[in-house]
Design a protein around this ligand. Structure first.
Ligand code: ZN
Length: 467
């Protein structure tokens, strides 16, 4: 049986400052080694000061993942030498004197299967090593400490996953959840990374490290499972080892074992006192938590009669569910939800496009109301939406500019239909024999009116005229 466990590293990208100093938590866009101070590069005599907000955000993540939060939390030094870690130790958490890391024993459900969260810990991100060419063969390695000290939450699961697909679904749920909590932007490069452990029936556990994106994680898992299965088929023993993911060659490679000997000599970080999480802090954080994705989803279905499929898509996307919340009232909620999920998400589909979009909540409400009040057809609304996104013009202005006024006047429509019937005598005969072919004529009327004809009225009039 396949068993996969994960260690997910998630940066708290929404924080202002690093975990132990006042340098920017958002290190992106800086020249190398300019977002640093004596604390984050570990100069002798510098002292860490714990970022209270990081404790709060990490606690909120723990609660959202149904973890127990301990009353007292402690930090430890994990000692190892590596150039990306200037102090020669990483400040992290460990459950050595009882549960003192920020969350324990949580769970999350993936398509009915419960995945146990073993532990959540808060730690500092190391700096970054930049290789010229591949890390295997390079002559030159550069180091940038801008990232060193960025607050990082590590989420450790039990080996509960049975296949890479479950892993992907879990990660989708997790990144939506983190985004919804407002603690992290998972789309930023390097904001979410993962290590995995993989084993198949009868084989030892293999750890895969260095996976820099969720997309690569799935590839790495597929590669590793195929490698292990092929060894098993040839009766070759699968040894316990650590393998690195080579994202250029898209394979896992065995890491030299000497380098991986884990003897970290953990000990309590004496420069940071134990932190007591008072009950009133916990209850304040609980109260301040945003509505969960699942409760949002249920509310949409119950209150607005939105289909479960649309509610799924809308509730799990923070950007669009926020827009929906601002735009809707009881009457237009369903229409707005449909506009967002069937049209808008299709063409405003990247982070950049979302940023550039000129569409506001008012635009959405106006457009939905115009559809409901029959001022414009659902068909033409897509065109209007696309134009609003680019120009920011008002809905009423666009309806007149694009000549999209709805044709629902019976006399006017009747005249247009007569013209179509005259041109399409063959199709008319066919529709008399086979009533279902009438849709062809509806299509012709739509074409002639540039999609402005009222669809129900058109169909009724056509039926009347043909019979
Ligand atoms: Zn610093």
């Amino acid at each position: 049986m396949t068993k996969i466990g994960l260690e997910i590293h998630c940066q708290l990208t929404k924080l202002e400052s690093k975990l132990f100093c006042s340098c920017k938590a958002d290190y992106r866009g800086f020249e190398p080694n300019t977002n640093i101070c004596p604390v984050c590069v570990g100069l002798p005599g510098s002292l860490p000061r714990l970022n209270k907000k990081a404790i709060e955000k990490a606690t909120v993540i723990a609660m959202a993942l149904n973890c127990k939060t301990p009353q007292k939390i402690a930090f430890f030094r994990k000692n190892y030498f590596y150039p990306d870690l200037p102090k020669n130790f990483q400040i992290t958490q460990l459950n050595i004197y009882g549960p003192t890391s920020i969350g324990q024993e949580g769970k999350i459900s993936v398509e009915g299967k419960e995945i146990q969260i073993r532990r959540i810990q808060l730690e500092e991100d190391p700096g970054r090593l930049i290789y010229e060419g591949s890390s295997e063969r390079t002559q030159i390695t550069l180091v940038d400490y801008n990232r060193a000290g960025t607050p990082l939450v590590e989420i450790v699961t039990d080996p509960d996953f049975e296949n890479p697909k479950q892993v992907r679904l879990f990660l989708n749920i997790l990144s939506d959840l983190l985004e919804n909590l407002g603690v992290s932007d998972p789309s930023l490069e390097g904001a979410m990374r993962a290590d995995a452990n993989v084993s198949i029936k009868g084989g030892a556990k293999v750890e895969i490290k260095n996976i820099n994106s969720f997309y690569d994680l799935e590839k790495a898992l597929h590669f590793e499972l195929t490698r292990q299965q092929s060894l098993a088929e040839r009766k070759i023993e699968i040894i316990q080892e650590t393998r690195h993911w080579d994202d250029k060659r898209k394979i896992t490679v065995s890491a030299r074992s000497k380098e991986e000997e884990e003897d970290y000599r953990y000990f309590l970080e004496g420069d940071i006192p134990w932190v007591v999480l008072e009950l009133d802090i916990i209850s304040r954080l609980k109260k301040g938590m945003p509505e969960s994705i699942s409760s949002k989803r249920e509310r949409y279905i119950k209150n607005f009669d939105i289909t479960s499929q649309v509610a799924d898509v809308l509730s799990s996307d923070k950007f669009y569910s926020d827009l929906f919340e601002q735009a809707h009232d009881q009457k237009n909620a369903k229409e707005i939800a449909n506009l967002i999920t069937t049209d808008l998400m299709g063409f405003v589909d990247t982070k950049e496009k979302r940023k550039e979009s000129k569409l506001t909540a008012k635009h959405l409400a106006d457009l939905a109301n115009s559809i409901i009040e029959n001022k414009i057809t659902r068909n033409s609304s897509k065109n209007v939406l696309q134009t609003i996104v680019k120009s920011g013009k008002s809905v009423s202005q666009l309806i007149s500019e694009l000549d999209l006024g709805h044709v629902s006047d019976e006399a006017e429509l009747s005249k247009i239909i007569d013209e179509v019937l005259k041109d399409e005598s063959k199709a008319v005969e066919e529709a008399k024999q086979k009533p279902e072919t009438i849709n062809y004529l509806v299509g012709k009327v739509m074409k002639k009116t540039k999609g402005k004809a009222d669809a129900t009225l058109t169909l009724n009039l056509l039926k009347k005229k043909i019979s």
